[in-house]
Design a protein around this ligand. Structure first.
Ligand code: NAD
Ligand code: AOT
Length: 312
């Protein structure tokens, strides 16, 4: 299968490496010139579960994408604020048969994707895999993960199941779901708690879990997400979601991970996705007349930290 990864940072690199290893023809597409140059000259360097490997993998700048490269599958893995520009640059690669899968964190990306991609071609989901950038051309990948996905287009269920099988054949552990909006909200609860809190407190998920207020903060934020989700006919099982979120504190499994927002702001002084996670819940809360004070405050704290660090 010809698979393009649109946004080849930490997660895009992980997926690119695993899908190429699985026998697919993978093309990475990215906008960070230094990173593209490094991979073209030295290969993609990865610490993969403790082993240092170099992978030769094709990569091109998104500004150089051209229309004679039609893809079977395109996986979107930009940061949320980069998504629209990426879609503008790659639409020429989309044929009637191309499946476009969005696995970004956050809520409502389909509203942007629909502007560029026919509904019949769109698949959305989320992932529990993790990854980190160590610099241009260099990534760190550890642990296991999973993917849940569904078709947005009516009647494309078989296409979604085939897409999940394709990803699983490369070890990515993907599953078709018939209620993806539930799953996206459930994962957003992980990011709505872990990402902002670990960023503001400068700690990994295990470290957050060791603090006394962590449980109460997690429970309050999840309840805000659940109240907003109700208005969109997504009925979260609050106790199960809270247990799921708190499982991230486990240092033996995933707790040593610094959420991508921490990697962005604290480690690399880059802007965060807070407006697409807690900020999205605050906006929806205002629209539905629901108070979301913890999401409002966390969004403001992260923006204040962005400004303190002079990030633009
Ligand atoms: P990333 O920041 O590593 O990469 C996104 C884009 O930013 C890429 O185009 C990359 O080249 C560019 N970029 C990265 N570092 C840069 C730098 N220093 N200077 C200039 N450009 C740079 O993003 P990611 O962590 O792969 O996340 C992609 C999506 O997946 C996001 O929506 C994220 O929330 C989600 N996600 C991330 C993780 C994780 O563990 N990283 C886990 C699950 C979901
Ligand atoms: C994560 N992390 O989604 C993934 O870093 O943005 C991120 C992210 C799976 C389980 C727990 C946290």
């Amino acid at each position: 299968m010809k698979i393009a990864i649109a946004g080849a940072g930490a997660m895009g690199s992980r997926f690119g490496i695993m899908l190429q290893k699985g026998g697919n023809e993978v093309l990475l597409i990215d906008g960070w010139k230094e990173h593209v140059d490094a991979i073209q000259t030295k290969g993609l360097q990865a610490n993969f579960n403790g082993e240092d490997i170099t992978v030769n993998i094709p990569i091109m700048l998104q500004s150089e994408v051209h229309s004679d490269e039609k893809m079977d599958v395109i996986i979107l893995f930009t940061k949320a604020m980069q998504l629209e520009k990426m879609l503008q640059d790659i639409t020429c690669m989309i044929s009637k048969q191309t499946k476009v899968l969005c696995l970004l964190n956050g809520i409502g990306h389909e509203d942007v994707i629909e502007k560029f991609v026919p509904m019949q071609n769109i698949y959305i989901g989320n992932t529990m895999w993790t990854a980190g950038m160590e610099g241009a051309g260099k990534v760190k990948l550890f642990g296991n993960g999973s993917i849940e996905l569904q078709n947005l287009g009516k009647g494309q269920e078989e296409g979604a199941k085939a897409l999940a099988e394709l990803l699983s054949a490369s070890g990515l552990n993907a599953k078709y779901l018939d209620n993806i909006h539930y799953s996206i909200y459930r994962k957003a609860c992980v990011n709505g708690t872990m990402n902002g809190l670990c960023t503001v407190l400068d700690v990994n998920m295990a470290g957050l879990g060791l603090t006394t207020p962590a449980n109460d903060m997690v429970e309050t934020i999840v309840k805000e997400f659940a109240s907003v989700a109700e208005k969109e006919d997504v009925h979260l099982d609050i106790e199960e979601v809270i247990t799921h979120v708190k499982s991230c504190f486990n240092a033996e499994t995933i707790g040593m991970h610094y959420p991508s927002m921490h990697q962005d702001l604290i480690k690399n002084h880059r802007l965060t996705e807070i407006d697409y996670i807690n900020g999205a819940i605050s906006r929806k809360g205002r629209k539905y007349g629901i108070a979301t004070p913890y999401c409002d405050f966390l969004t403001q704290l992260v923006h204040a930290k962005e400004q303190i660090l002079g990030v633009k």
